[in-house]
Design a protein around this ligand. Sequence first.
Ligand SMILES: NC(=O)c1ccc[n+]([C@@H]2O[C@H](COP(=O)([O-])OP(=O)(O)OC[C@H]3O[C@@H](n4cnc5c(N)ncnc54)[C@H](O)[C@@H]3O)[C@@H](O)[C@H]2O)c1
Length: 334
Amino acid sequence: MTGKTVLVTGAAGFLGSNLTERLLAEGHRVVGLDNLSMGHLSNIAGAMENPNFEFVQADVTDSKTFQQLSDDIEVLVHLAAFKIPRYGKAIDTLKINYYGTENALDFGKDRNIKCVLASTSDVYGRNPAVPFSEASTDSLIGNSKAPRWSYAVSKLFDEHLALAYQDAYGFPVTLLRFFGSYGPRQPLSWWGGPPPVFINAVLNDETIPIHGDGQQTRSFTYVSDTVDGMYQSIIRDEANGEILNIGSQEEVTIIELAKRVKLATGTPGELNYELVPYESFSKNKYEDVMRRVPDTSLSQKLLGTSAKVSLDEGLKKTIAWQKQAVADRGFGIN
Ligand SMILES: NC(=O)c1ccc[n+]([C@@H]2O[C@H](COP(=O)([O-])OP(=O)(O)OC[C@H]3O[C@@H](n4cnc5c(N)ncnc54)[C@H](O)[C@@H]3O)[C@@H](O)[C@H]2O)c1
């Protein structure tokens, strides 16, 4: 695929801006759409200089948004979404992820183009069958009274909706289940998961807050590896109609992540952390996922990609970026 025009929703966000950079570097034209609710124009400052980039500030939940877009779009990558509502706002997660995806798929249907959609490792829920395989039949989603599951449910619904559109209207869809990506342009709060928060705490000689007992595991994926998976999914027909895990298999506990962050910053002194009970930030019981690691054999086979950047290497690069980002923004970590 050379010189395609790709619509990226959520282009000013973490993954969207990194994907945009890669697409432009590979010679494609990108129409980047974002309402800037969570993303930053600074993330796409480089893209803005490129004549092959067009930015549209608009809301994906408004169906009129898609009607104004140029006729030459050949692929849609839908990343705009709201993530886990750790501090409330499950209504945003559910409505944005429902209406935004419906509008995106209607656009894909009207234009009869390939649609690549962001899903999440969270859809596996507390499935004990680790590593999680796309062929696994069970997702173990928790109690509806725990708002954190609204994210997994919204993305599971999006997956079903996309496959139903493909079935009904015949255009190809690809669903990507991302596993905890981190790296340059990551949100600098909990919106970006533990890495930015831990890095910031260590750099400021503050206590790292660790939720629960810190024994829950994750497989953090450096952003260039996540982008590689996205890029290959866009260009390869083999990805059409598939659900694919995109992530690293390097599984670490959250306490181990804190230790690695401390080491990678090279700061003196002991690791300083405190265990924060889930009840302290969630009035309903926060149900965490205790182990999360992907089976990546399908994405390796169909996309020819696998995560290459080790956690230690990725953290060093991320820390260098984060120091600069915090200095440039001149304020805290939001
Ligand atoms: N980063 C990860 O590790 C990860 C893991 C699993 C799934 N995902 C999924 O990948 C996608 C991208 O995630 P991210 O980490 O880049 O998140 P992000 O919050 O950095 O980016 C999302 C972007 O979407 C935009 N947006 C939100 N609501 C919008 C709306 N109504 N209209 C237009 N734009 C809107 C935001 O302003 C933001 O720039 C999301 O769908 C997310 O659920 C990400």
